[in-house]
Design a binder for this molecule. Structure first.
Ligand SMILES: Nc1nc2c(c(=O)[nH]1)N[C@H]1C(S)=C(S)[C@@H](COP(=O)(O)O)O[C@H]1N2
Ligand SMILES: [Mo]
Length: 453
């Protein structure tokens, strides 16, 4: 590893393609400046030599530190009192991280109330999406609903229809589980070819959180569901869209939950506060926010949402409807579109893999456009219907390279190439694109979104 680090490369981000300002501060327009580069080489050597020799080292005594001002001079924060406790009663990110934002893809939606704000995947670590960066997709805008005046009704094929308060639900036995949520329209803009520049816009309708709630099966049993005749449920939101989705009963009775918690606190208003349906593995639209009603029925409901939204026009002219499961998919988040490699050398290729059908069993990475594949290292935990983080050691030789990742899930399904997907689905689909993503690294170090067959 020491050998790798000596030749470590640096990444520069376009302003909208934020990773961390500290990385950008080290570079000028032409790349990392020469003095800084040689300092880094020396300091890595010194750091290696210093291992085991105790923590506090007087910098001046160590020629390896190369007279670096930052380590030689005590800054104000080392010589003064800091802010008191509870200065920020609800903690916020550092002001230096202000560029890490949900962003709208320019020109994508005419009305922002029925728009999308994408998660900045290029700037995140691990698998959990910070709640404030969880993507937003609303059909009629969001409201901050008073939980005291919110109700959930369960009716239809049940012995006793019931109305629950949020308090009633929170007193029931709850479960907490980590799951991804992906909009069926994620990567939609790339069906016709590479369209948007960065992973935030190609794959940022994706988030992963720990959700807390009550299993829907428990509520349906509480109402005395007619197990013989119940075949589907309809979930309905209380927003102006009255968003409704049909869900097959096997799934509704499996791992679906009525959730109030996300990442250890109540859901954020944008994400459905105070109640949302969590449908693990299913496309985002089934995860009805501001949930107010569940009806049990014996046939699909064919509401406006499901007959006109998130449907795919197939080559034979018929519409593919009721897509539920998000198939196995992965993407490299760094290096990714809009970033720039400033130097040859070592890079940690990292990304995310997920499957609506279970656990990820393997992720392969190619740096030559799919001619050769090697298994990536998967970080733990690897959970069902949850994001999995992968890493891969790579040394960039300065030549044009095409970076790709390919995920395989526990059912044996292999993430397809875009042409394999088009062979089945044709060219008129918009939604449900789980194809392998390609990022081309130019000799200049720039990384761009490309498609190869
Ligand atoms: N009531 C209601 N639920 C909804 C929506 C909505 O507009 N209204 N949007 C759906 C869609 S299309 C998606 S992709 C997810 C987005 O969830 P998020 O905004 O928490 O990311 O919520 C779904 N649930
Ligand atoms: Mo969606």
């Amino acid at each position: 590893m020491t050998d790798l680090l000596k030749k470590i490369g640096r990444i520069q981000n376009a302003p909208e393609n934020y990773v961390c300002d500290a990385l950008i501060a080290e570079v000028n327009v032409d790349g990392m400046n020469a003095a800084r580069r040689s300092f880094l080489r020396k300091s890595f050597a010194a750091a290696t030599a210093a291992v085991g020799s105790g923590a506090a080292v007087a910098a001046a005594d160590h020629p390896g530190y190369g007279g670096e001002e930052i380590i030689l001079t005590l800054p104000k924060h080392s010589t003064s009192l800091g802010h008191p406790v509870a200065y920020a009663p609800y903690g916020m990110p550092s002001k230096y991280e202000a560029n890490l934002q949900r962003r709208e893809s320019p020109g994508l939606t005419k009305r922002r109330e029925s728009g999308v704000a994408f998660t900045p995947l290029q700037g995140l670590f691990g698998i959990i999406t910070p709640s404030g960066l969880h993507f937003e997709r609303h059909h009629a805008g969001w409201h901050d609903i008073d939980p005291a005046s919110h109700r959930l009704m369960i009716n239809g094929l049940v012995a006793e229809p019931k109305i629950y308060t949020v308090g009633d639900l929170m007193r029931l036995p709850s479960v907490s589980r980590m799951h991804f949520i992906e909009c069926g329209a994620n990567t939609a803009m790339d069906w016709g070819g590479p369209s948007v520049p960065s992973v935030q816009y190609t794959h940022g309708m994706l988030a992963c959180s720990e959700f807390t709630g009550v299993p829907l099966s428990l509520l349906l049993d509480d109402c005395g569901i007619d197990r013989k005749n119940a075949k589907f449920i309809l979930a309905e939101g209380s927003d102006g869209a009255s968003l409704t989705r049909t869900i097959p009963i096997e799934r509704a009775l499996d791992d679906v939950m009525v959730a109030w918690g996300m990442n250890g606190e109540m859901l954020r208003p944008e994400n459905g506060y105070p109640l949302r349906l969590v449908v693990p593995g299913a496309q985002g639209v089934s995860w009805v926010k501001w949930l107010r009603r569940i009806e049990v029925g014996d046939a699909p409901y064919a509401t406006r949402e499901e007959s006109t939204q998130y449907v795919d026009l197939m080559p034979d002219g018929l519409l593919r409807q009721y897509s539920l499961i998000q198939e196995c998919k992965s993407v490299i988040t760094t290096p990714s579109g809009g970033q720039r490699l400033l130097d040859k050398g070592f890079y940690n290729i990292t990304g995310l893999a997920w499957s609506g059908r279970g656990k990820i069993s393997r992720v392969d990475v190619s740096t030559d456009g799919g001619h050769n594949w090697q298994a990536a290292r998967m970080e733990s935990p690897v959970l069902s219907k949850c994001l999995t983080r992968f890493n891969f050691d790579w040394r960039w030789d300065g030549k044009t390279s095409i970076l790709q990742s390919r995920a395989i899930d526990e059912t044996g399904y292999v993430q397809p190439k875009i042409n394999e997907l088009r062979a089945v689905r044709g060219n008129r689909s918009v939604y449900h694109n789980n194809a392998i993503q390609s990022w081309r690294v130019e000799t200049s170090g720039e990384v761009i979104n490309v498609q190869i067959s």
